[in-house]
Design a protein around this ligand. Structure first.
Ligand code: PLP
Length: 473
């Protein structure tokens, strides 16, 4: 027994039960003091700060007042399986009840091995060597490092796309086309930016600079506001990478895992990149799990020899037990429940309904675009559309709301219709729609009908309703 007088002081810690019972005001206060005051500011601006989620099930969040919120945000692609999918939940509970191990770096993990097997079985071509991590950024880093080892220092220059988003860690940030995110940080210097979806420009860049040995691209750009490349582009990318000896890293962190109607979005053009990256929903929408899947010859060249095997992997939490089991169950659910096909069918219907709204409100909706359940709804810039008095009221709120109707639409959709959508940092006029792949027509109709009702008010009333209802609290 330790001497009681020598005991360290027990800090004042909240318990799990106390955490569950925190009120809106207490949570906001802790956010302000310890987490992210700036984020709290934006949540207040949009009227999102008054919602505390108590439960989540399928397509819905349920808040502290028992109100259901239809999830068309989908955590930027991380809620592909819906909230608390029963099969994924059951696999996790069973794993816990059996007291299986989580971290076993000293031993071979049967769970990591099985997950790698499944990913290799799904991935096309000879994409069959897997590195497991915990976040999208981590596997982007893994891919950039693998590529550098394969190509050598002389050919380690990385081409990345205008409008790209690959993450916020240093390597990923260096190939993320955002002055906003990069602001003030030192970045990798061996990189060059090329236009997205433009094969001629890519070819010119590769022709001119033979030190470019790596190309990283999102197959559909999410952060830029759901931007797809023109038909044939991915076949051109494959051809050019073969001709110039460039390694193509396909970032499918947001668009992969069935969201576009194929497991990988690049499969729409029947091509195979050199590396494919997954994260977000890979953990079954329950936990962190990410994967880099590389072609075996490249993997072997980079890390195949025993003396090189531990240069990059494994990571402490790469391939941990319950996350692997969640991912294994999730991949089985994806095929057992036909979720990829559902994404294709429901996505088409969503685009149909939104295109009809565009035809009905041409002065407000500029474009509807996307593939499967990765859809962008671009509004027109509203700066000049508002009466001068309302414009002045909006001008004092925040820079982020200027000219863009998305904040107002998103706020009112949540407050008045119980529907959650996502915003886009790079293009403030785009609402991103990435509902779970379990979505049904009734949910799409509920969303489209709500949007129709809201847009029917006209731009001035949307803004004044926001000021009256959301800002007033
Ligand atoms: C295409 C893409 N790549 C990488 C990332 C980074 O993933 P994470 O936030 O898990 O680090 C994201 C995140 O949104 C993404 O959309």
């Amino acid at each position: 027994m330790s001497d009681r007088t020598n005991r360290l002081r027990h800090p004042e810690l909240l318990t799990v039960e106390q955490a569950k019972r925190l009120s809106v005001a207490e949570t906001a206060d802790l956010f302000d003091r310890h987490l992210n005051p700036g984020q709290l500011h934006f949540m207040k601006l949009l009227g999102f700060h008054g919602v505390l989620i108590q439960r989540a099930e399928g397509m819905y969040y349920i808040d502290q007042n028992g109100r259901k919120i239809l999830d068309f945000f989908g955590g930027f692609g991380s809620v592909g399986f819906g909230h608390n999918h029963p099969r994924i939940l059951a696999a996790r509970i069973q794993f816990q009840n059996e007291q299986r191990h989580e971290i076993a770096m000293a031993f071979l993990s049967q769970y990591a091995a099985a997950l790698a097997n499944n990913l290799a079985a799904i991935a096309p071509g000879d994409l069959d060597m897997v590195f497991l991590g915990s976040s999208g950024s981590e596997v982007v880093e893994a891919a950039l490092k693998l590529a550098e080892r394969v190509q050598g220092r002389e050919r380690a220059k990385i081409a990345y796309a205008e409008g790209s988003f690959h993450g916020k860690t240093r390597g990923a940030l260096s190939v993320t086309d955002s002055a906003f995110y990069q602001d003030g940080f030192r970045l990798l210097d061996n990189r060059v930016r090329v236009p997205f979806g433009n094969a001629a420009a890519l070819e010119a860049a590769l022709e001119q600079d033979r030190s470019i040995g790596v190309l990283i691209l999102e197959t559909i750009q999410g952060g830029a506001g759901i931007i797809t490349a023109p038909p044939g582009y991915w076949r051109d990318v494959r051809r050019l990478c073969d001709r110039y000896g460039v390694l193509w890293l396909a970032d499918e962190v947001q668009c992969g895992l069935g969201r576009t109607g194929r497991f990988f979005a690049f499969e729409h053009e029947d091509v195979v990149p050199d590396v494919a990256l997954l994260a977000k929903s890979l953990g079954g929408s329950k936990c962190a799990m990410a994967a880099m899947i590389a072609r075996r010859p490249h993997y072997m060249k980079a890390y195949g020899a025993p003396k090189h095997a531990l240069i990059h992997g494994p990571a402490t939490f790469g391939g941990i037990g319950e996350a692997c089991v969640s991912a294994i169950e999730a991949l089985n659910v994806l095929y057992d429940e036909g979720l990829i096909e559902n994404a294709a069918t429901q996505g088409e219907y969503l685009l149909e309904r939104l295109s009809a709204l565009q035809a009905k409100y041409p002065a407000m909706i500029k474009e509807v675009r996307g593939k499967g359940l990765m859809v962008g709804l671009e509004f027109r810039d509203i700066s000049q559309m508002l009466p001068i008095g309302v414009r002045q009221m909006v001008a004092v709120l925040d820079d982020k709301l200027k000219g863009s109707v998305c904040g107002f639409v998103g706020s009112l959709l949540l407050k008045q219709y119980g529907i959650l959508v996502a915003f886009t940092e790079y293009n403030r006029n785009v609402v991103r729609l990435e509902p779970p792949l379990i979505v049904q027509r009734t949910h799409l109709d509920a969303f489209a009908d709500a949007l129709d009702d809201l847009l029917g008010r006209g731009i001035t009333r949307i803004v004044t309703d926001y000021l009256r209802i959301v800002r007033a609290g």
